[in-house]
Design a protein around this ligand. Structure first.
Ligand code: HEC
Ligand code: HEC
Ligand code: HEC
Ligand code: HEC
Ligand code: HEC
Length: 228
């Protein structure tokens, strides 16, 4: 229906064609929503929904032109981690900056491609389908900020990223960095037990994220790290 590439460009917000305004009015009208819900129900089981998960590459394309290759950051199911439920695709469309940084990271550039994590390997409590639906149709405050930040690096760096980094870190800390353990283990020979800091970590029970923050994405200070 509308082209993300077109509306997400540098000056995307200003250069939206009037046709988008008309289209948006129509998509968001009660009839439009009914039609779309009907469409989802009809094509749903076949097209993209299985076990409460949406991850098919073409899912976002049913309404937009997604222009990143979701295969680059898809869940890696070959490393023995449990696949979470929820939205497992479209990460790069909504989080373009973290995606670009991921592509420059050691986790992406690794020679061990079979063990390369996708976003939902590390972020294993992804957005629910309900949240995604609310983002698209009800525009809660959290979404309008992220939507704006996807077009504007200054808003992203100053207003949105610090908040989201804090949320993500809290999740890692609360889960005892479960996602990291899921791929870095002695069994898989991806855990260096011989490093001095790791010996200390095992003794003290310090969790991965407390030493390995700013791992993949841009730097965000974490002054109250030891209070959590
Ligand atoms: C059933 C139709 C539908 C599907 C499927 C859909 N969207 Fe949307 N999307 C919309 C509508 C309607 C809007 C306009 C609402 C708004 O501006 O917030 C929108 C807006 C957006 C925007 C804001 C565009 C801009 O220029 O600011 C982004 C980003 C977005 N969607 C990403 C996604 C991603 C990623 C997926 C796949 C996970 C997806 N959408 C799937 C209907 C859909
Ligand atoms: C339709 C847009 C959309 C898509 C698709 C999307 N996100 Fe998000 N994401 C958001 C919004 C909005 C927030 C802010 C939520 C909040 O503040 O509660 C967010 C927040 C986050 C956060 C920080 C907060 C937290 O709870 O950890 C992470 C990490 C994240 N997303 C990762 C992902 C990953 C990984 C994917 C792909 C599997 C993804 N997102 C797909 C819109 C999206
Ligand atoms: C799906 C598997 C997977 C997951 C999940 C994962 N990693 Fe990795 N990690 C890798 C691979 C592959 C490499 C690159 C190894 C190489 O090339 O030798 C790597 C490299 C690293 C490195 C060394 C490179 C660097 O950037 O400093 C650290 C540290 C690391 N991981 C920590 C973590 C932490 C902490 C987490 C959890 C937040 C995590 N990893 C989650 C697979 C994973
Ligand atoms: C007390 C701090 C600390 C904790 C906690 C910690 N690490 Fe490390 N880790 C380090 C240091 C220091 C290095 C060495 C960095 C270097 O020299 O490049 C390292 C290196 C690594 C490497 C790269 C090893 C290699 O092949 O060279 C990986 C992968 C890694 N850590 C994963 C993890 C994971 C997964 C956890 C949680 C289970 C964890 N670390 C917990 C401090 C820590
Ligand atoms: C190897 C693990 C790993 C992978 C892979 C990964 N992330 Fe993250 N992500 C993190 C960690 C750790 C944080 C917490 C902030 C920090 O310390 O860097 C984070 C934070 C975030 C945030 C909060 C804002 C920020 O910049 O800190 C978003 C949004 C996010 N990730 C999205 C993504 C998306 C989208 C992908 C895939 C394109 C992805 N992540 C891949 C580990 C990962």
């Amino acid at each position: 229906m509308h082209d993300l590439g077109e509306s997400m460009g540098q000056d995307g917000l200003n250069s939206r064609p009037p046709v988008w305004a008309r289209l948006k009015g129509r998509i968001l009208s009660p009839l439009g929503i009914l039609l779309i819900v009907g469409m989802i129900l009809l094509s749903g089981s076949v097209l993209f929904v299985s076990h409460g998960t949406i991850e098919a590459r073409g899912f976002c394309n049913t309404c937009h032109t997604a222009y990143y290759d979701s295969g680059e950051y898809a869940f890696n199911d070959k490393v023995g981690m449990k696949k979470p439920a929820g939205i497992l695709t479209g990460c790069a469309e909504c989080h373009p900056q973290p995606y670009a940084e991921f592509k420059r990271s050691a986790h992406f550039a690794t020679q061990k491609a079979a063990r390369r994590p996708g976003c939902p390997n590390c972020h294993n409590e992804p957005h629910s389908i309900r949240d995604w639906y609310a983002y698209m149709y009800w525009q809660p405050a959290a979404w309008t900020k992220v939507q704006l930040a996807a077009h504007d690096d200054v808003v992203w760096e100053q207003e949105v990223r610090p908040d989201l980094a804090a949320k993500a870190r809290t999740k890692f800390a609360k889960s005892n960095s479960g996602a990291c353990h899921g791929c870095h283990s002695e069994a898989a020979k991806t855990w260096r037990a011989d490093i001095k800091a790791h010996k200390q970590a095992v003794q003290s029970g310090k969790t991965c994220i407390k030493c390995h923050f700013n791992l993949v994405h841009g730097e965000v200070p974490w002054p109250d790290k030891d209070k959590q």
